[in-house]
Design a protein around this ligand. Structure first.
Ligand code: CA
Length: 227
């Protein structure tokens, strides 16, 4: 069964999320604190998506996200943020979250986001095993990327972005196209999420992220793989 962890200290919001996810067919694990969430993830290592509230007593949602990412790059992470926490969103994505949802959110919006991440973390990739574009080697079976023979640790979203680029070398892709290809057509989010993820990806794969040569900017349009 597809397992989701919900970390939210306010019990009314948590119940609302849990009920709706169960209705959508997910197995849901609940946690009231960051510490409890980390403990539960240890014994539920097959959890595929985690919803993390930001404001919590004890360690906050960003710290939980950082600690999960330290050992698990496969799990999908969605931050639950309050309205007007713009900086929180960006910080959350920079610490390794894949997406964020702003409160208040509708059940349909929430399940659409979870569905989208679930599809990406599913590992049902096509059978072609490798795409080689020196210095990069992408293995679509293991969902791994190597640069000069060294493994680059990627989140599922970052992996999906690299795969999209390597399948479209030299092609200018608009931010809207990237959002469609990586996040899915039914995604509700903002274009900014593309820029945030690409900024983070550049830090991982470019020799010099301030002067990128692999993911280049097409001004006023989007991005391109290669110069
Ligand atoms: Ca809270």
């Amino acid at each position: 069964m597809k397992k989701v962890l919900v970390l939210e200290d306010e019990s009314s919001i948590r119940s609302f999320i849990v009920i709706n996810l169960r209705r959508a067919g997910y197995e849901v694990i609940e946690a009231e604190s960051g510490e409890e969430a980390l403990e539960k993830l240890k014994v539920n290592s097959d959890t595929r998506v985690a919803l993390l509230d930001v404001m919590l007593p004890g360690i906050d949602g960003f710290e939980v996200c950082r600690r999960i990412r330290a050992t698990n790059s496969r799990i999908g992470i969605i931050m639950l943020t309050a309205r007007s926490q713009e900086m929180d969103k960006v910080t959350g994505l920079m610490t390794g979250a894949d997406d964020y949802v702003t409160k208040p959110f509708s059940p349909a919006e929430l399940t659409a986001r979870v569905d989208a991440l679930m599809r990406r973390s599913g590992g049902n990739d096509d059978n072609s095993a490798e795409i080689s574009q020196p210095p990069f080697l992408l293995n679509t079976r293991n969902r791994t990327l190597e640069k000069d023979g060294r493994r680059v640790k990627l989140t599922q979203v970052e992996y999906a972005i690299v795969k999209m680029f390597m399948e479209n070398p030299g092609k200018a892709l608009s931010r809207e196209e990237i959002l469609d290809l990586v996040w899915g057509r039914d995604y509700f989010g903002e274009l900014k999420i593309v820029d945030v993820n690409i900024r983070r990806l550049r830090l991982k794969i470019e020799d010099n992220a301030t002067n990128p040569v692999y993911i280049t900017t097409v001004w006023g349009y989007g991005y391109k793989w290669g110069a």
